[in-house]
Design a binder for this molecule. Structure first.
Ligand code: GDP
Length: 543
């Protein structure tokens, strides 16, 4: 049992995600953060856990074959008096939609850059989502043990391409074979780097930090003086780190290291603990229960993380890892309150009540039943399709958080099952996968085909695999005549008028909202001009 108050518990949570272009080192860094946090004992454990999971879940063999991580999850660990919730985001660009949704549950992001490559396309995309959602960013420049770009050039790139003020917390002394260590701005503390002895399998521990002035032994001719000079230049040339400016999204503290060589990781974890924000006050609305007669208008309100009522939202639904069970696990991010196992929570939009008897906490090495949880925590709630992405849950059932975005798919395909007797089965399976957010499902107003939409091609592969493994359905995807999907909105009469004119291209999504399927981007533009009163949107907020 916790002896702390609810606001104190909320205040010691750090819920964060790592964003990176594929190959920048997100997986390696995750592992080494867990190592620094004492959550795992040896490097390699994250992958080992992954292997285990894969043997339990056949559809994930696709992950193994392609060497990518498809499903996002969370890892919780306690370190130095704080509770860290690390949200794992898939790195492959086809899964960006999933990543975007996961970021809605994060209070802070660690942006990992490859020191040789700087900002890459996927870094930029993910950064934009963080900016949109006011998520503050800590920068970690990785792979210093390899030949890196000039540190100042890297900082310039952050400033010019992201319009973010970089505040170097440390400054590296060289890179690659000449990497000597790094010096802390302000304090002048030097953290030496220890190279792996050639021929040895094991890394050696890095020596303790010491004042730079006393660290001459770690340098070769001229390097020590050069670093002392660089430190002065950098301290004079860059703004000092300002927490307020970081929290407002103007400034990013910059740390350096090598995930693979476990260098700079303790410093990064300390930065997260010290500076990443605790769960924020969230905007929400208080709504009348569904189907209330003469319901009063919704009231805008703010939810304090330290308040007593348990509230939160579902940002992801994962299929159960065990293919013999059809259970789904809803990933519930708490926004406030003190959760106890066995508690009853209500789903705001449906009014359904559920007893949360077997909530799961995800620790690095195993999963445990969550006895209690607080704002910032993510718990897995097993259910049979009651919970959907975007649902708001609370004790009163009246609190609704702004929805999570659905993105207009970029590829639309027709799906058919090879055995026509299984058509009904297909419908159920497609709905299940759409509810999980694996792909989007559109039912055209005319005809009986289903159109499946995805942000990337790989999503179709995952889908075909899962339809086969979990539902025993052999499906074929065929090109559809459509290139784009747009949600439509406007006055009822205008919407009805538009729909009657474009009936053959109208469809409904999983929530029965109307969607226009355009044959080309030209057509989207054309109908947009012809029907100025209709709003055609690329994203839809759910929940
Ligand atoms: P992800 O795709 O972002 O998850 O990247 P991974 O963590 O899988 O790393 C991609 C590759 O870079 C792997 O071969 C890692 O071993 C390697 N790598 C990651 N961090 C470092 C580092 O600090 N130094 C070096 N030299 N290689 C690294």
């Amino acid at each position: 049992m916790s002896k702390l108050t609810v606001p104190e518990e909320a205040g010691r949570r750090r819920t964060f995600a790592i964003i990176a272009h594929p190959d920048a080192g997100k997986t390696t860094l995750t592992e080494h953060i867990l190592l620094s946090g004492g959550a795992i004992r040896a490097a390699g454990a994250v992958r080992a856990r992954g292997e285990n999971r894969r043997t339990q879940s056949d559809w994930m063999k696709i992950e193994k074959e392609r060497g990518i991580s498809v499903s996002a999850s969370v890892m919780t660990f306690e370190h130095d008096g704080k509770m860290f919730n690390l949200l794992d985001t898939p790195g492959h660009e086809d899964f960006s939609e999933d990543t975007y949704r996961t970021l809605t549950a994060a209070d802070c992001a660690i942006m990992v850059l490859d020191a040789a490559k700087g900002i890459e396309p996927q870094t930029l995309k993910l950064f934009e989502v963080c900016r949109l959602r006011d998520i503050p960013i800590i920068t970690f420049i990785n792979k210093l043990d390899r030949e890196a770009q000039d540190p100042m050039a890297l900082l310039d790139e952050i400033a010019s391409r992201l319009q973010l003020d970089p505040a170097p917390i440390w400054w590296p002394a060289e890179s690659g074979n000449r990497l000597r260590g790094m010096v802390e701005m302000g304090t002048g503390r030097f953290q030496p780097y220890a190279r792996k002895p050639s021929g040895s399998k094991e890394d050696v521990p890095h020596p303790d930090a010491l004042p730079l002035a006393d660290a001459a032994q770690y340098f070769e001719a001229g390097e020590h003086e050069a670093l002392i000079e660089a430190q002065e230049l950098v301290e004079a040339g860059y703004p000092a780190f300002n927490v307020q400016s970081f929290l407002e999204g103007h400034m990013t503290p910059v740390l350096w290291g090598s995930a693979l060589r476990h260098f700079g990781i303790d410093e990064l974890l300390k930065a997260i603990g010290d500076w990443a924000p605790a769960p924020k006050v969230m905007k929400a609305r208080k709504e009348a229960p569904p189907e209330t007669r003469n319901a009063p208008a919704p009231v805008d309100l703010t939810v304090e993380p330290g308040s007593n009522e348990v509230t939160g939202f579902v940002f992801k639904v994962q299929a159960n890892m065990d293919p013999n069970h059809r259970d789904r696990i809803a990933m519930f991010r708490m926004a406030s309150g003190s959760f106890k196992r066995g508690m009853k929570l209500k789903v705001q939009n449906t009014g359904k009540s559920l007893s949360v008897n077997a909530p799961i906490m995800f620790f690095a090495s195993d999963r445990e039943l969550a006895e209690d949880a607080f704002a910032g925590d993510v718990i897995g709630i097993p259910n049979h399709g009651v919970l959907r992405v975007g649902d708001s849950l609370s004790e009163s059932g009246l609190i609704r958080f702004a929805g999570l975005p659905n993105f207009a798919p970029e590829i639309l395909q027709r799906v058919r099952v090879k055995d026509p007797l299984k058509a009904k089965h297909l419908k159920k399976a497609l709905e299940g996968l759409a509810e999980e957010g694996v792909t989007q499902l559109f039912r055209p107003e005319l005809g009986s085909d289903f159109i499946v939409g995805a942000v990337g091609q790989l999503q179709f592969e995952v889908m075909a695999d899962r339809l086969g493994e979990e539902y025993g359905l052999d499906v074929i995807f065929e090109p559809s005549p459509y290139a784009e999907a747009r949600w439509i909105g406007g006055d009822k009469a205008d919407v009805e008028d538009f729909m009657s004119k474009y009936r053959p291209q109208m469809a409904t999504d999983i929530d029965s909202d109307p969607v226009f399927l355009a044959k080309s981007s030209w057509e989207t533009g054309y109908v947009g001009e012809r029907f100025p009163k209709i709003a055609f949107t690329k994203t839809k907020e759910r929940g």
